[in-house]
Write a protein of this length. Structure first.
Length: 399
């Protein structure tokens, strides 16, 4: 009887102890895992588990654009059972991860080769490789590579821009080529995608001073580029590319787009003027409430020498304007006397009045023949006339 009581008492104490172990594990190791719980309760079994050891972070540092970064993550098994490893995914297609072997014996190791292709990316980056293991403490592990990608050189700003070049007049645009390799790359020559453009542009290349290039982080040198447009460019938009030749095997060419617009000596500006479509947009107007509209004609043909010694109120030689035709003919149009501005432009104001008794009409179409028009005759050989399309309609909403 006494022996039976002792056995019962020991069983109760053992049950209480096991219950305490389970409760403690659930509190300290959420979420609940039955296999891990068994290992926790039976230390002898737990000591036979695989244990993964790895340094999960590697910094490539600075890489040149076009280079390939490579690193081997070493996966060690410091436990007493076989460790299984598998690569689940990478954070980018530009990152590849190759596993040496998927089963690692106790005391042995394997490697995961991670390759990062820099492509055309510039700046700081972080890429990750996700692996799965049977180590209950590290079932999912993120391996991470970091670094910074820089080009051997890049243009700052990235393009050469000529917003408005007056036909026949020179213009200038600048950019800098900043180098990051050591020693800095050299510019060995240049060309344009359209070979004929070499007759319209001159390029000057001057090395940057240390004070200039060190304003850019990680820069080791660079060049200042000054592109001069000669004045023989045809009217219209400019879409060209300057190609710099270099001695860098990773970046043998630096391409810099050239954008801009060549305009005539005469341009227009004012409320409602759309320069892209050369159209004066007045809108939908109420009969009897239309009033006067104003547009400015800007003449940039004035020569520098003609500006000197001008008396107040005088206007240097410029392009003369006169009204040639107006459609519909009931539109009232007049030109002010030209005025010389300090900017070197001769300005002529156009007054357009839609009379209060204007008929109900629709000139809101956006194709020729569906809009009103003003044609100005000029004294310029290049632009003998100026067509101004007018989009408007007159309604009787007030009635």
């Amino acid at each position: 009887m006494k022996k039976t009581l002792i056995i019962i008492l020991v069983s109760i104490i053992a049950a209480i102890f096991v219950g305490w172990l389970i409760a403690r594990y659930r509190i300290t190791h959420p979420p609940y895992n039955e296999q891990a719980l068994n290992d926790f309760i039976t230390p002898a079994t737990s000591s036979m588990r695989p244990i993964l050891k790895v340094d999960p972070l590697y910094n490539f540092g600075v890489l040149q654009n076009g280079e390939v970064g490579e690193h081997q993550f070493v996966i060690k098994n410091v436990g007493k059972a076989d460790l299984t490893v598998s690569v689940e995914e990478t954070s980018c297609k530009c990152t590849a991860a190759n596993l040496g072997k998927d089963v690692v014996k106790p005391g042995d190791s394997t490697v995961i080769d991670v390759t990062w292709k820099t492509a055309d990316f510039i700046g700081d980056y972080t890429q990750k490789v996700l692996i799965q293991t049977n180590d209950l403490e590290m079932m999912t592990v993120e391996l991470e590579v970091r670094g910074k990608i820089v080009a051997d050189a890049r243009a700052v700003p990235s393009e050469l821009n000529f917003p408005n070049i007056t036909k026949g007049l020179p213009s200038q645009s600048q950019t800098q080529v900043v180098c990051y390799k050591n020693p800095p790359l050299e510019i060995t020559g240049y060309e344009f995608l359209n070979p004929e453009s070499k007759n319209s542009f001159d390029l000057q290349i001057v090395p940057l001073t240390e004070e200039e290039y060190t304003r850019e982080p990680d820069a080791t040198g660079g060049f200042n580029l000054t592109l001069n447009a000669k004045g023989n460019l045809p009217m219209g938009s400019i879409s060209e590319t300057l190609v710099l030749k270099t001695n860098s095997p990773l970046q043998p060419e630096i391409k810099i787009p050239i954008y801009g617009t060549v305009v005539g000596h005469i341009s227009l500006a004012g409320p409602g003027w759309n320069k892209d479509f050369q159209t004066w947009i007045l809108g939908i107007l109420d009969s009897g409430k239309v009033g006067e509209k104003v547009l400015w004609v800007m003449d940039r043909s004035v020569k520098t020498e003609a500006k000197e010694n001008l008396k107040p109120g005088e206007v240097p030689p410029h392009i003369n304007l006169e009204i040639e035709s107006v459609f519909p003919d009931w539109l009232q149009v007049k030109l002010d006397k030209p005025v010389y501005l300090e900017s070197g432009v001769v300005q002529t104001k156009i007054h357009l009045t839609i009379p209060a008794d204007a008929p109900i009409c629709d000139y809101w179409g956006n194709v020729p023949g569906k809009m009103g028009t003003i044609i100005l005759k000029t004294s310029s050989e290049d632009e003998k006339s100026i067509l101004i399309n007018i989009r408007f309609a007159v309604t009787n909403k007030q009635k």
